[in-house]
Write a protein that binds this ligand. Structure first.
Ligand SMILES: Nc1ncnc2c1ncn2[C@@H]1O[C@H](COP(=O)(O)OP(=O)(O)OP(=O)(O)O)[C@@H](O)[C@H]1O
Length: 392
C-alpha cells in the first residue's frame, strides 16, 4: 500500500556497498540505466535521479504502483518503497505521519521504523520513532484502539531522513538483489525451455551477467512446441532487461540427436550433454562469453549425478556454471512461478523420448568415448557454426 500523494520510489541496493567508490559509481550508473529502460518499456512516466547512494524514481501517484513493481524487477535492487517526501524538519515529518495514519490505518498493531543518514540532525532516530508513534496514535485513537507492536506489526510506518529530504512509506517490496545487469561479462545460457534452465539464466542475470540464449533444436525429437516453449521463456526473461538484446541462437541439432539415438544405447544422454556444451563453447567464442550456464542440479536426473557431471563437463574447456546445483526441485518450481516462466515451461512440448531404457549413472570418460561417435564434438562445432539467430 502506498501513502496518499506518494510520488517517489526509494530504491535500495545491497551488494554495491561492498565495492570501491569508483566501481560503486559505475554500477549505480548501470542500475539507473536499467531502471530507466524498465520504466520506458512498460510506458511508466518517471525520472530516475541518482541521489547519495540511492536511486530515486520521481513519478506521479497514478503510476507509483507500476513504478514500484518495475524497480523491484531490476537486478541489483534489494528493496523499494513508494514514498511521500517532506522537508527534514521534525514537525513536518510528524504532520505527514498523522496524515498517513488518518488515511491508511485501519486498526491493528503498528510500529514506526525510523532511520537518519545525517547524525548531526537535532533529533535522533529514537526521537522520531517515539514522537512519530505518539502522533500516529493521537491521529487515530478516536476511531480505533491502536496498539504498538515492534516485533510483528500489522502496519509499519517507515521514515528515512537524508541530508535535505525525508521519505515516508508504508511498504517495502523485495527486489531480486544481486548486481545490476551488465556489471559482469555475458554468459552462454543453454535454454531448453523446461523449468530449470530459465531459472538458472535468471540467477546469472541477477549476478550482473547478460545471457546469450542458445537453444538446440532436437529435430524430430523436439518439435514446434518445444521450440516455442524455449522462445517464450526467453521472451519472459527479456522483460527484466529491456535494454539488453536477447536473440536466441538456434542450433540445428536434429541430425546429431538422431545419430545418438540410433548409434548409442549406454551413455547416450551424456553424449547429448557433451554435444550441447561443445556447441555452447563455439558460440561463446563468437560473442566473447567466458562461461556457460545450465539448469542442472546434482542428482536431479541420471545425467546429473556428480560422476556424470564430471564426465560431461570434459567436453568443454569453459567453466559451466550451475546456479541450481544444490537446489531442490520444489524450490526451483517456486522461483519459476515467481519470475513468471513456469507456465511457459510446462507447456506440453510433446517431444519424443531420447532417453534409453537403461540409464547411465556412473560413467567413465574412457568407456563413454568407446561408444560415442568419434566425430561428435567436431559435428557439434559444425552445427554451431550453422546456428541462426531468432528473436524470442
Ligand atoms: N534443447 C536444448 N537446448 C539447449 N539447452 C538444453 C536443451 N536441453 C537441455 N539443455 C540444457 O541442459 C540442461 C540439462 O538438461 P536436462 O534436460 O537434463 O535437465 P533439466 O534439469 O530437465 O533442465 P530443464 O528443466 O532446463 O529442461 C538444461 O538445464 C539446459 O541448460
Amino acid at each position: 500500500m502506498h501513502p496518499p500523494g506518494a510520488d517517489t520510489v526509494l530504491v535500495r541496493h545491497g551488494d554495491l556497498n561492498t565495492k570501491s567508490n569508483r566501481v560503486k559509481r559505475q554500477m549505480e550508473g548501470l542500475l539507473i540505466e536499467n531502471l530507466e529502460a524498465l520504466l520506458e518499456d512498460r510506458s511508466i512516466p518517471g525520472e530516475v535521479e541518482r541521489r547519495w547512494n540511492r536511486p530515486l524514481i520521481h513519478t506521479d501517484e497514478d503510476a507509483i504502483d507500476a513504478a514500484t513493481k518495475a524497480a523491484a524487477d531490476a537486478f541489483g535492487v534489494v528493496s523499494v518503497s513508494p514514498c511521500v517526501t517532506t522537508s527534514i524538519e521534525k514537525a513536518r515529518i510528524l504532520e505527514a505521519l498523522e496524515s498517513m495514519a488518518e488515511a491508511c490505518y485501519e486498526g491493528g498493531t503498528f510500529a514506526v521504523d525510523a532511520r537518519r543518514a545525517d547524525k548531526t540532525l537535532p533529533y535522533s532516530s529514537e526521537d522520531l520513532a517515539r514522537e512519530g508513534g505518539t502522533a500516529i496514535w493521537e491521529a487515530v485513537e478516536d476511531e480505533f484502539e491502536p496498539e504498538v507492536d515492534l516485533d510483528d506489526p500489522d502496519l509499519t510506518f517507515g521514515i528515512e531522513v537524508r541530508e535535505d529530504i525525508a521519505f515516508l512509506y508504508l511498504e517495502t517490496v523485495d527486489g531480486p538483489g544481486g548486481l545490476p545487469l551488465g556489471a559482469q561479462e555475458p554468459v552462454i545460457s543453454l535454454i531448453s525451455g523446461g523449468i530449470d534452465s530459465p531459472v538458472a539464466a535468471y540467477e546469472m542475470m541477477c549476478r550482473g551477467s547478460p545471457i546469450v540464449p542458445v537453444y538446440v533444436d532436437l529435430g524430430a525429437y523436439g518439435g514446434i512446441d518445444h521450440e516455442a516453449r524455449a522462445m517464450e521463456t526467453v521472451g519472459t526473461l527479456s522483460r527484466y532487461a529491456p535494454n539488453f538484446d536477447m536473440p536466441v541462437y538456434k542450433v540445428p541439432g536434429g541430425e546429431i540427436v538422431d545419430l545418438l539415438v540410433t548409434e548409442m544405447e549406454q551413455g547416450r544422454m551424456l553424449s547429448l550433454r557433451r554435444f550441447f556444451y561443445r556447441t555452447a563453447e563455439v558460440l561463446a567464442g563468437r560473442v566473447d562469453a567466458p562461461g556457460i550456464v545450465t539448469g542442472e542440479a546434482v542428482g536431479q536426473k541420471s545425467s546429473q549425478t556428480m560422476q556424470n557431471l564430471a564426465v560431461t563437463s570434459r567436453a568443454t574447456t569453459l567453466p559451466i556454471h550451475r546456479p541450481l546445483l544444490t537446489r531442490d526441485k520444489q524450490e526451483i518450481v517456486a522461483q519459476a512461478r515467481e519470475i513468471d516462466t513456469y507456465t511457459q515451461s510446462t507447456i506440453n512440448a510433446g517431444c519424443n523420448r531420447v532417453a534409453p531404457d537403461q540409464v547411465e549413472t556412473n560413467a567413465r570418460l574412457a568407456q563413454l568415448l568407446e561408444h560415442e561417435p568419434d566425430d561428435l564434438l567436431e559435428r557439434a562445432e559444425a552445427v554451431a557454426a550453422d546456428a541462426e539467430l531468432v528473436e524470442p
